[in-house]
Ligand binder design. Structure first.
Ligand SMILES: [Zn+2]
Length: 249
């Protein structure tokens, strides 16, 4: 009986159908001046800011010194990865995007997102990383390179990003996903030395992307956004409302 009720509550959340048709409410004909030729978004899955502060070198250190740090950002609840990708890309809460859990299976989001907006201007879009971004946005991606979530994921993602930048074929918006920090967080917890090492490696790889942009002399035409989707508990794990998982980097 109780199990039945729990299953019902669970599926009503996972299969939740948003009552609002966002397409009706959002216009897509914005006419703002373009501030940058290229935007690269690096999503370091599961990176927690206090641990990044401990590492502070290479890419993270460079961006803190040269860039803008948003220290008052909060992830939405539940703090899962796939709803966070939808929220980051559409600017909409889970209840409106309809992506309420990692068990989302309804396919491409038919609502304005940074990918659909960029495409509507005749510009190019691309993504490198795990399959969740292609599941949500594949109709709006000109280039998609899938990197399976095995070890060395962020290294492979960076290699592909460097290849694209060097080839001169950089899309106007490029999503680059790093999976390893989250995996290590789940296995060893946020206070482990393994987690710290994974963040340090992510930081080095971000620096590699920055150096490649400089080498191609497009660093002053590019906005590089580095963020995470949620943090990790001290002992590892996320999904709840605890502050250390709601404050992503
Ligand atoms: Zn995540």
């Amino acid at each position: 009986m109780i199990n039945n009720a729990i299953t019902k509550v669970w599926s009503s959340w996972v299969d939740y159908d948003p009552p609002i048709n966002v397409k009706v409410y959002l216009k897509t004909d914005y006419n703002y001046p373009r501030l940058a030729e290229y935007v690269i978004i690096v999503l370091v899955d599961g990176a927690r800011p206090d641990i990044i502060d401990k590492v502070e070198d290479e890419g993270f250190g460079f961006l803190k010194k040269e860039g803008v740090l948003f220290s008052n950002a909060y992830g939405l609840s539940p703090t899962y990865s796939i709803p966070a990708r939808a929220a980051i890309s559409t600017g909409l809460p889970h209840e409106i995007s309809g992506v309420t859990s990692n068990w989302y299976k309804k396919g491409v989001l038919n609502m304005p997102s940074m990918f659909s907006l960029v495409k509507s201007y005749g510009l190019k879009t691309g993504a490198i990383g795990d399959s969740s971004i292609s599941m949500l946005f594949e109709d709006y991606l000109d280039t998609y390179i899938e990197i399976p979530e095995t070890s060395g994921h962020m290294k492979k993602s960076t290699e592909e990003a460097v290849k694209i930048i060097t080839s001169g074929e950089l899309p106007n918006i490029l999503w680059v996903g790093f999976a390893d920090v989250d995996e290590v967080g789940h296995d060893h917890g946020a206070l482990s030395s393994r987690y710290e090492e994974a963040i340090a490696e992510a930081s080095q790889l971000i620096m590699k992307i920055i150096e490649t942009l400089k080498m191609r002399r497009i660093d002053d035409k590019t906005v590089l956004v580095v963020l995470s989707d949620h943090g990790h508990l001290d002992q590892g794990g996320h999904g709840g409302d605890e502050l250390e998982v709601r404050i992503p980097y």
